[in-house]
Design a protein around this ligand. Structure first.
Ligand SMILES: [Zn+2]
Ligand SMILES: [Zn+2]
Length: 367
């Protein structure tokens, strides 16, 4: 495991070099894979590198300890993690649950909550650069928030949006937890797919998938409790799926060792991401855990998705045209992406050659 380079893939070897479609059993949809198209000339937009060296404390940051936020409240001088209700929440407690139906026009009130979680008091860190015990504290808060909000709400969405390119409004290391009363679109699709698989096969879909991928051409990292794989059906170039290897439905159910193992594999994955192009790698990541209050949940396997937008350094993948109008399409095969991620060092480059890297790493073939 973890050897760099390609691993043989006898099953899909013949299709790999030709345009083909792959099935995503979690969302019950297909993705078009057009290998080799990454060689095409690129004269479009280049994303600027975030080349500023950040200070450990920024007096103008509304997430740093002791600073005043937009609503006039002052953050405590926290020294580990800090959770507060989003000052501009997309979902709020006490919202009307009224339903309106008029022919084809349907609407319903949606009650919920939006919390912000500062991962660290340090303005200049990321999860990849935080010590394992500090990342473990973030895991604990994710679990505690899930348990707390799950008493009242059905779907708890823990996520992190990282990097300006992803629209992150502030570089301070932080994530969010949104809780809602309805099952959102992708949650409903994944719930239905996993439920049907359980009814038909008698096992959990994602546990079977993890078993099929371990040590294979798409596996990137694994430890006793977790597996990271570039999914066979990945939409984004360097997309990753993090799956628990034992049956577990939600973060609060994770034991001590599983939480330590999670902190460990998170840092390993995010370090490989940063080292891939020598820049602080942007992504959206989020946990998918069983909905609350739906009765049986033995079909659901806890997992997280990492959806990074970059195709190359400073060149992002746009989901436009065919992707918006027909179906998702990718150029780089998931096997190639996984091999590149395995080849990226597990030791963070910031440790030995300064951070962050400049944008000089755009390959000549990219233009
Ligand atoms: Zn800050
Ligand atoms: Zn999912």
């Amino acid at each position: 495991m973890n050897a760099a380079g390609d691993r043989s893939d006898p099953v899909f070897g013949r299709l790999r070099g030709e345009p083909h479609r792959r099935f995503n059993p979690l969302l019950d949809e297909w993705v078009l894979v057009s290998a080799g198209r990454t060689h095409r000339p690129w004269q479009g937009r280049r994303e600027p590198s975030a080349s500023d060296v950040l200070p450990p404390y920024d007096p103008g940051c509304y997430l740093c300890p002791g600073n005043v936020r937009a609503n006039g409240e002052r953050n405590p001088t926290y020294d580990a993690t800090y959770v507060f209700t989003n000052d501009f929440s997309a979902l709020r407690p006490g919202t009307t649950t009224e339903r309106i139906e008029d022919g084809l026009l349907r609407a319903e009130g949606e009650e919920g909550a939006c919390h912000v979680l500062c991962f660290s008091p340090r303005h200049d860190l990321t999860l990849a650069l935080m010590p394992p015990d500090a990342v473990r504290r973030v895991v604990d808060v994710w679990a505690d928030e899930t348990a707390e909000l799950g008493r009242r709400y059905r779907w708890i969405q823990v996520f992190e949006n990282r990097g300006e390119i992803m629209g992150a409004s502030n570089p301070h290391p932080h994530g969010q937890i949104w809780a809602g009363s309805a099952l959102p679109r992708d949650a409903a699709k994944e719930d239905a797919a996993q439920r049907q698989y359980r009814e038909r096969i008698g096992r959990r879909l994602l546990l079977d998938y993890a078993g099929q991928e371990e040590g294979g051409p798409r596996a990137v990292e694994e430890n006793d409790d977790w597996l990271v794989v570039v999914p066979f059906w990945a939409a984004w170039p360097y997309e990753a799926l993090l799956v628990a290897r034992q049956p577990v439905t939600r973060l609060p159910a994770l034991g001590n060792a599983q939480r330590d193992g999670l902190a460990d594999i998170l840092v390993r994955l995010l370090t490989r991401y940063d080292n891939l192009f020598g820049l602080s790698f942007p992504y959206s990541m989020g946990w998918h855990q069983a909905p609350f209050g739906d009765g049986g949940d033995s079909h659901w396997q806890l997992h997280a998705h990492f959806l990074p937008p970059l195709l190359r350094a400073n060149v992002r993948k746009f989901m436009v045209g065919y992707e918006l109008l027909a179906e998702t399409q990718r150029d780089l095969t998931p096997e190639r992406a996984a091999a590149e991620m395995r080849a990226a060092s597990r030791t963070h480059r910031a440790a030995d050659d300064g951070w962050p890297a400049t944008d000089e790493s755009v390959p000549a073939t990219a233009g």
